[in-house]
Write a protein that binds this ligand. Structure first.
Ligand code: BMA
Length: 378
């Protein structure tokens, strides 16, 4: 880049208060860049509400056109729609939770057309031994995926499938749909083969960098923003232990769940508050956006969870979005009681609607009105 152009970019970005904003992909599509700049712009002001698999199924229903537990309760889809591409690596036609990839493509398009945001995670199978993402029997998988490793070629073939899928995501306007991509998530835990005890920090970083490089420079995928995503951490050092660097990450996030009794809410709130403060400090220093990429309390047995626990924890350090996990099970053949978003009639529904009325959580209509894919408005 010439000095003149970089000075111009710097000046433009500075006018949004983003002195050192640098996308992982300098050749990202216009819509992807706009999404990033708009999110930077509203960071700390609006909290977009997100939900995994929202349009695919909910409590007591599956694949019924136009349905969404969140919309049936609030009158709007979530502002952020989460999807998982596990299964794509093996060329399956549906993901690990049974969502067909062609339907997912349609859902992603619907969300984009409505002005909402899409994010993808990937519970990737272990390419070395063929087991699932939850395999923790091997400590050499990540190393084997790197250049010269035993399954490096295989991993590239998997990334090619992912690249082809992401490049097939287009809106009604014919544009590539920007995606917040969250690979190798919850890496500070030890329940996936890319976890803390399953690979070394340098290997994790090398895998992340290779993934970005291969998708961006070799496969020429230019509609991705990259989301970094530890789970537990107690301080900045722990958060950053496996950080691959500012040039490979666009959004800082973490995952967090409340477990057990309603009375555990106060401790959870403090923990969430502390984590957000740590994340925000790192983000400010590095000019990144913050999010809670996954959160939840299964079945939400606390009728005031949204206002009393979540909102009180996030109000002072607002992440740009929070996403609750999928509404599966319950009156279905699947696992019982596996839902995280409230539905019509749920005990936390009035509290959730209150969050919507007070504009503490922003849903699809609020996302649409902010025209996230257009030039940022000064
Ligand atoms: C987990 C559970 C699983 C699911 C996985 C990937 O947290 O919801 O049932 O298969 O996420 O979506």
């Amino acid at each position: 880049m010439t000095k003149k152009i970089s000075l111009f970019l710097f000046t433009c970005l500075s006018s949004y208060g983003i002195a050192a904003a640098q996308l992982s992909d300098p050749n990202a599509t216009k819509e992807t860049k706009n999404l990033y700049l708009n999110l930077q712009h509203i960071h700390g002001e609006a909290v977009f509400f997100g939900h995994q698999d929202d349009m695919a199924y909910g409590v007591g229903w599956k694949y019924e056109d136009g349905r969404s537990d969140v919309r049936e309760l609030t009158g709007e889809y979530p502002a952020v729609l989460g999807w998982d591409v596990s299964g794509l690596e093996r060329d399956h036609s549906y993901n690990l939770d049974g969502v067909p990839f062609d339907k997912m493509r349609e859902f992603i398009k619907t969300a984009y057309d409505l002005g909402a945001i899409n994010t993808l995670s990937w519970h990737m199978d272990n390419p070395l031994n063929g087991k699932t993402a939850w395999d923790t029997t091997s400590t050499v998988t990540v190393k084997a995926m790197l250049p010269n490793g035993a399954v490096h070629e295989k991993y590239m073939a998997w990334l090619q499938r992912f690249a082809a899928y992401v490049q097939s995501l287009k809106g009604s306007d014919g544009k590539l749909i920007p995606i917040l991509f969250r690979p190798f998530h919850e890496h500070t835990g030890s329940w996936f083969w890319w976890g803390k005890k399953e690979c070394r920090a340098e290997e994790y970083q090398a895998l992340w960098k290779f993934t970005v490089h291969y998708l961006r420079d070799v496969q020429q995928v230019h509609n991705l923003l990259y989301v970094f995503n530890p789970s537990d951490f107690k301080n900045e050092a722990e958060y950053l232990e496996r950080y691959p660097g500012n040039n490979y990450v666009d959004v800082l996030s973490f995952d967090i769940y409340q477990y057990g009794k309603v009375s555990a809410g106060a401790a959870f709130r403090t923990d969430l508050q502390n984590k957000l403060a740590i994340q925000r400090r790192i983000a400010t220093r590095n000019h990144k956006i913050t999010a809670i990429a996954e959160m939840g309390y299964v079945e939400i047995p606390d009728s005031k969870w949204w206002s009393d626990v979540v909102w009180k924890a996030i109000a002072n350090n607002k992440p740009v979005y929070i996403l609750v996990w999928r509404n599966a099970g319950y009156r279905t053949q699947e696992k019982d009681n596996h839902y995280y978003a409230p539905y019509k009639g749920h005990i936390s529904a009035p509290d959730f609607l209150d969050m919507q009325n007070k504009k503490q959580f922003i849903f699809q209509k609020g996302a649409k009105s902010r025209r996230l894919y257009s030039n940022p408005v000064k």
